[in-house]
Design a protein around this ligand. Structure first.
Ligand code: SF4
Length: 363
């Protein structure tokens, strides 16, 4: 049986399973394209359970495309804080501005038009167009690659563009005319709850088990095949929580590159000992009473790992001239106003724990 026939055969049992077992999700309560779009962007790299809270807060504050187009970058970053990949949020705003300017605020309803918007790739355009507008287009992401390669015991290197393209082509033909949105969502759910990425897939409960060649061969873990990644670069950093009268010095990161435009605690390359820290603080004109070692923190980005060592520096007085872009911020402002990325969460927890103000805000 060819691939196209096999996919055609699984369509009915898959849709039947979806009708009975589909997940109740807030963004499935209606077919509003704005809601679907926001949820899909949030779900990239973040678990469904974690996204629900962000999604509710985001829509409460920005209920329409026009609201998103008009929001300030600072407030947007605050709403996004913790989801990571902040360029996604910036692209949401850019796309919303384009929808307001070029489409008069009406959400574009065709796959091709959606693809023109910043931050919307083939998967997201396919998801929005098929679910909200019933357009017969696929939504192929990692879930579909996994199900597909297992179904056909296909050991091709899934990281290669041409392999992905050929899967998208087969899936595009497979999307049924009458219920494209349900078909795509059925695959999303199958990948999320049955054909699991890590650990053992729940093949006994799978509606397409009968057609699955990987399951017949008995080794589902071989698919999809991905060659080993290059090791991430390790960057050692020393992070300074410089406290003055209960407030902390923070600074804005450069507008380009990793964590662009977000706020951080001042830091220095390398893991510095307490003895090495003192001359550096003098160089920064930081008159201190005491330095406390806070311990290590680690954050993994896609290509880099930060291995951090933190010091809490109690300042006697502020440096005469603060470094460019540096501000003295209360714990409340750090929580409410400035977006400090989760890479620093170990040190954020530390200052929240030490502050009465932070403890109240955290509750
Ligand atoms: Fe995935 Fe198992 Fe279903 Fe095959 S039978 S698609 S491996 S869950």
């Amino acid at each position: 049986m060819g691939k196209r026939e096999r996919i055609r055969e699984i369509t009915a049992p898959l849709l039947c399973w979806y009708a009975k077992h589909k997940r109740e999700l807030p963004w499935r309560e209606d077919k509003n394209p704005y809601h679907i779009w926001i949820s899909e962007i949030m779900l990239q790299q973040t678990r469904v359970e974690a996204v629900k809270g962000y999604y509710a807060r985001f829509l409460e504050r920005l209920p329409s495309v026009a609201d998103l187009a008009g929001v300030s970058e600072d407030e947007l970053m605050k709403l996004w804080q913790g989801l990571g990949y902040y360029n996604r949020a910036r692209n949401l705003k850019k796309a919303a501005e384009m929808i307001v300017q070029e489409y008069g605020g009406r959400f574009p309803d065709g796959y091709g038009e959606l693809l023109r918007l910043p931050g919307i790739g083939e998967y997201t355009a396919g998801a929005v167009a098929s679910i909200a507008f019933g357009e017969r287009v696929p939504a192929v992401d990692g879930n579909v690659y996994r199900i597909y390669t297992r179904l056909f015991a296909d050991g091709s290197d899934i990281t290669q563009g041409k392999v992905q393209k050929s899967i998208r082509e087969v899936m595009a033909e497979a999307v049924p005319q009458d219920c494209p949105g349900e078909f795509n969502q059925a695959l999303m759910d199958l990948g999320a709850v049955i054909c699991l990425p890590n650990g053992t897939p729940l093949c006994k409960e799978c509606p397409v088990q009968e057609w699955c060649l990987a399951e017949k061969a008995g080794d589902m873990s071989l698919f999809p095949y991905k060659p080993q990644k290059k090791k991430r670069k390790i960057q050692d950093r020393t992070v300074f929580l410089m406290e003055y009268q209960g407030k902390y010095l923070i600074q804005q990161r450069p507008p380009k590159g990793l964590l662009a435009g977000l706020w951080e605690f001042p830091a220095q390359e390398g893991r510095l000992s307490a003895e090495q820290v003192k001359p550096l603080l003098e160089e920064w004109d930081a008159d201190f009473e005491e330095i406390e070692l806070l311990g290590s923190g680690k954050h993994i980005f896609s290509h880099v790992e930060w291995h951090m060592l933190g010091y809490l520096v109690h300042l006697r007085k502020l440096p005469r001239k603060l470094q460019e872009g540096m501000v003295l911020s209360s714990v409340g402002q750090i929580q409410e106003k400035y977006s400090i990325p989760s890479a620093f969460s170990v040190y954020l927890k530390e200052i929240f724990a030490r502050s009465k103000e932070g403890a109240t805000l955290q509750e």
